[in-house]
Structure formats: structure tokens, C-alpha cells
Ligand binder design. Structure first.
Ligand SMILES: Nc1ncnc2c1ncn2[C@@H]1O[C@H](COP(=O)(O)OP(=O)(O)OP(=O)(O)O)[C@@H](O)[C@H]1O
Length: 311
């Protein structure tokens, strides 16, 4: 794709003998939030560090705005803003001093720095803290400063490594809102191991497991890809288990007691409708129907399995 902001080709990285990521390929174009999801140790930080030019890959290429990051890192990095997992804050500086320093590090012309800092302060709603020492800010506001340094040079591409890690629930909501706003005019790549985070703010999702890209698509694709495994129904007047088994073509019915049954879907989601219709037709008095989705661990396991099977 000609106008992609990021293009990652056959990216692999090895720490001493062990491969951390293997043959990762993807492109990001346009604004919005792309979620990089993966369990702990899956390879998210390694991927992000390479994309931001902090770590040199063992194999493969990264193009930022068409520029090969390895061949021309200084030019490519003009387009990147990065908030690493450990925000690189100098806590003895004031917020303004630190953002000015960050802007100079990004090689901004001196005459543009003042305005750029004002804009980043405003964008991250921390103007009122500009003279405050960073060490005297709460965790949520320190994270805002971390995001402000990532956008101070107005890059096209913003990379945020687990930006809500360690924050309390209110701070998480605030930071997610800020990320959504930033994504209106930047392409944002955000890593997390929390599925609900991706569901809350991402337009697209890329999932890494065991160093491999196991899924890439929209949230809707992801929901369809990871279909529910089972559902639980509660009936006021339940028929014999064998009747319920016939209805799901013997895919599996577990008796839970008190009129409750777990029915296994095995990729046939139409089964739920069949039970609702049968319960109305036969007067089983359907009280409740709850679709059971896999836990994130199970999703990771399922997706890694699918990739292995498809190779
Ligand atoms: N500096 C390093 N030296 C050796 N191995 C490393 C190093 N950094 C990471 N690894 C290993 O590479 C693999 C991928 O790690 P990485 O930090 O990229 O995963 P992650 O998905 O970001 O995990 P987390 O969510 O826990 O940060 C892991 O097995 C990890 O132990």
C-alpha cells in the first residue's frame, strides 16, 4: 500500500538464542486506534520497540511513511511518537521543561517548540500543571505527560505500550478518552493484554501470541472469529435431557440443576434460536439464556492453535 503510515515486513527478533517474534507482517494506514493484543511475553513490546527504532530487528524491515527505519532512522522517527511501557519521565523537571526537552530531542526547530508544547499541554489537558514538577503529579497525570511527549512533535504515528497499566479505574477512563481524541488525527498503535481495553477503544485488532501474528482484522471480525462456545438456558418446565440433545444434534448438553442446562455450540450458532423456538412451541418456560464466551486465555490458545493448524 503506497500511503501506509507503517509497513512491517517479515519482522523477526531473537534475544540471544530465543526468537521473541517471528515473521510479523502488517500495515497501518489512516487514523484510528489499532490494538496490539497479546498475553504477557507474547512479543508486543519487542514489536513496538523495533517499530519505534529503539531496538534493531534481527530480520525484516519496517517502513514509516515509506522510509526504511533502519536505513534512515532520523528521518523516519520524525513521524513517530512513542510512549514506552516505562514512561521516560524526568521527574525533577517541570511538565513544561520536560516537554520542551522532548521537542528538542525530536529535532523540532527552536522557533516552533513553544507553540508545540502549548498544543501538547492543551491536547492532554495538563496546561494548568505546566509549572508543576512531574514527581508531584498523580500516576494518571504523569501518564498524560508521557502521552504529551509522544505527540509534542505532531507525529503521524503514535505508539503507546500498555498506556493504562497501573492506573486506577477513573484514570483508565480518562486516558482512554484522551487516546480516542488523539486517534481522531493520528494513527495510534496501542498494546495491551486486556481484551476489554481493545473492545473499548480500538477500531482494529492485531493479536500476537508466541511471537506470531495470529489475528488481524476489525473488532467485528474478531467477534465472529472467536465464536461463543456454549450457552446456558434456564427452563421453568424442562423436558428430558435426550430431547435437548436431539435439538443440538448431540453436540453436548450438560445438566446444571434447577432447570439449567449448558448447551455446546461447536461452531453452530443457529442452535440458540432453535432452543428459543422449541421452548416457545413446547411451553418449556424459557427464563434465561446466557451465551458463554471464552476467557482471554482460551482465545489466545484457540487462535495460536488455529494458526499452527493452518500452517
Ligand atoms: N532483553 C531481553 N532479553 C531476553 N529475552 C527477552 C528480552 N526482552 C524480552 N524477552 C523475551 O522475549 C519474549 C517477548 O517479550 P515482550 O516483552 O516483547 O513481550 P510482551 O508481549 O510485551 O509482554 P508483556 O506484556 O509482559 O510486556 C518473552 O519471552 C520475553 O521473555
Amino acid at each position: 500500500m503506497e500511503n501506509s503510515i507503517v509497513r512491517v515486513e517479515h519482522l523477526s527478533h531473537r534475544y540471544s538464542v530465543q526468537w521473541a517474534i517471528r515473521d510479523i507482517n502488517f500495515e497501518i494506514s489512516g487514523n484510528g486506534v489499532v490494538g496490539l493484543l497479546g498475553s504477557n511475553g507474547a512479543g508486543k513490546s519487542t514489536t513496538m520497540n523495533i517499530i519505534c527504532g529503539v531496538l534493531n530487528q534481527t530480520e525484516g524491515n519496517v517502513f514509516i511513511n515509506g522510509i526504511n527505519l533502519r536505513e534512515d532512522p532520523v528521518e523516519a522517527k520524525r513521524y513517530i511518537g512513542f510512549l514506552p511501557q516505562q514512561p521516560p519521565l524526568y521527574t525533577d523537571l517541570t511538565v513544561e521543561e520536560y516537554l520542551k526537552h522532548s521537542a528538542f530531542l525530536r529535532l523540532m526547530p527552536a522557533e516552533e517548540v513553544g507553540k508545540a508544547v502549548d498544543r501538547a499541554l492543551d491536547r492532554c489537558a495538563i496546561t494548568h500543571f505546566r509549572d508543576r514538577l512531574i514527581k508531584n503529579l498523580s500516576g494518571g497525570y504523569q501518564q498524560r505527560v508521557g502521552i504529551a511527549q509522544a505527540i509534542v512533535h505532531n507525529p503521524k504515528f503514535v505508539v503507546l505500550d500498555e498506556p493504562t497499566n497501573g492506573l486506577d479505574p477513573n484514570q483508565i477512563v480518562d486516558i482512554r478518552n484522551l487516546i480516542r481524541e488523539i486517534a481522531e488525527d493520528h494513527a495510534v498503535l496501542l498494546s495491551t493484554h486486556i481484551l476489554s481495553e481493545v473492545q473499548a477503544i480500538c477500531n482494529e485488532i492485531k493479536m500476537i501470541e508466541n511471537g506470531k501474528l495470529v489475528f488481524s482484522g476489525s473488532m467485528e471480525d474478531f467477534d465472529n472469529y472467536v465464536a461463543p462456545e456454549s450457552f446456558v438456558i434456564e427452563l421453568g418446565k424442562s423436558p428430558d435431557k435426550t430431547v435437548l440433545e436431539t435439538l443440538c444434534e448431540n453436540k453436548g448438553v450438560e445438566v446444571l440443576g434447577n432447570g439449567r442446562f449448558r448447551i455446546f455450540l461447536k461452531d453452530d450458532t443457529a442452535i440458540t434460536e432453535r432452543y428459543v423456538e422449541a421452548s416457545v412451541a413446547n411451553g418449556w418456560e424459557l427464563k434465561d439464556l446466557l451465551v458463554e464466551r471464552c476467557s482471554l486465555d482460551e482465545i489466545f490458545a484457540q487462535l495460536s492453535g488455529k494458526t499452527k493448524n493452518s500452517k
